[in-house]
Design a protein around this ligand. Structure first.
Ligand code: GLV
Length: 315
């Protein structure tokens, strides 16, 4: 039986979930911050598969038989940036369930704004019946979704259900039966008439720093930016400047270049920025196992895994 090492802070949950889903594997778990001795266990050295989020230093070098890394999440930027992982090792992602969660996140934050929930609560606190607190109508307003894979599409569908006109932005433009798709270079043309820009693309050389002063110069005070992708896609100082100069109305940020967001970051206290703790796509073993199961089966049967990340593309 092939061995799959689970090195994850929630290994106690993941190991039984994986073992139950694919009983033809030997599965054992460690915490990535286990004492350094624990990760030199000969069992790990013999494993051909690794389920991991952040790879502890030196771990891959100690796994000469390793052929497959299953990432415990959607984004693989941290794994692709890790020089200890040789290109021969197949890396697969797990994102299937995040689209649903992230569409709830995006809808919740957008609707909180357009239904004026904070203002209603303030008026309630003051016992004021304010009939001017009319919700904003999203019908026909434009939502731009930067990154239109499974997650982006799910968010697009949710926003369309709210009455919005949805446009997706993808690296390779293709005909789509459901939504108009465009290349990233044309995003600036859509910004002047957009109500919301949602970032849900992988972090790659092309997307790093994509939302900068140049792009935001096309924005306006009625535009909301929602970032559920990676913090590095937004130039924070340009975002703050855009909020001051009326090139952006509001920002909802779930991801940051450094997490937890440092206590001295100006993002914490800005009145038109919402900061959340990278919780828009919670990784729940029970839900994510559905994504991973087909490759667990292939791995158990000695077959190559499918859907490996294209390293040149970056996702
Ligand atoms: C979380 O950010 C993930 O990429 O899964």
């Amino acid at each position: 039986m092939r061995k799959l090492a689970v090195v994850h802070h929630r290994h106690a949950e993941w190991v039984p979930t994986i073992a139950e889903a694919e009983p033809r594997l030997l599965v054992r778990g460690w915490h990535p911050k286990d004492n350094p001795g624990a990760l030199t266990d000969p069992w790990i050295a013999d494993a051909e598969g690794l389920f991991v989020w952040r790879v502890p230093t030196g771990l891959v070098e100690r796994m000469p038989k390793l052929t497959w890394i299953q990432n415990a999440g959607a984004g693989v930027d941290h794994l692709l940036a890790d020089p200890s992982i040789p290109p021969r090792i197949a890396i697969t992602r797990a994102d299937g369930q995040f689209g649903l969660w992230m569409s709830r996140y995006v809808a919740a934050h957008l609707l909180a704004e357009t239904q004026r929930i904070d203002e209603c609560r303030r008026a309630q606190h003051d016992r004021t019946w304010d009939s001017h607190l009319v919700p904003e109508d999203l019908t026909g307003k434009t939502a731009l979704i930067f990154g239109f894979g499974r997650i982006g599409r799910r968010i697009g569908r949710a926003l369309r259900e709210l009455g919005m006109e949805v446009h997706g932005f993808v690296r390779s433009v293709r005909e789509d039966p459901e939504f108009p798709l465009h290349g990233p270079a044309s995003l600036h043309e859509f910004l002047p008439s957009a109500r919301v820009l949602v970032l849900c693309a992988p972090l790659t050389a092309e997307t790093r720093g994509f939302v900068d002063a140049k792009l935001l110069a096309n924005g306006h005070a009625g535009l909301t930016l929602i970032n559920v992708a990676r913090g590095e896609q937004v130039v924070a100082k340009d975002l703050l400047a855009a909020l001051e100069t009326g090139k952006l109305g509001r920002a909802v940020l779930d991801v940051f270049p450094s997490e937890p967001l440092p206590a001295d970051s100006p993002l914490w206290s800005h009145p038109r920025i919402v900061v959340t703790p990278h919780h828009s796509g919670p990784s729940r073993p029970r839900a994510m196992i559905l994504d991973i199961l087909p490759n667990l089966r292939r791995f158990a049967e000695g077959k190559p895994v499918e859907g490996a990340v294209d390293r040149a593309r970056g996702y």
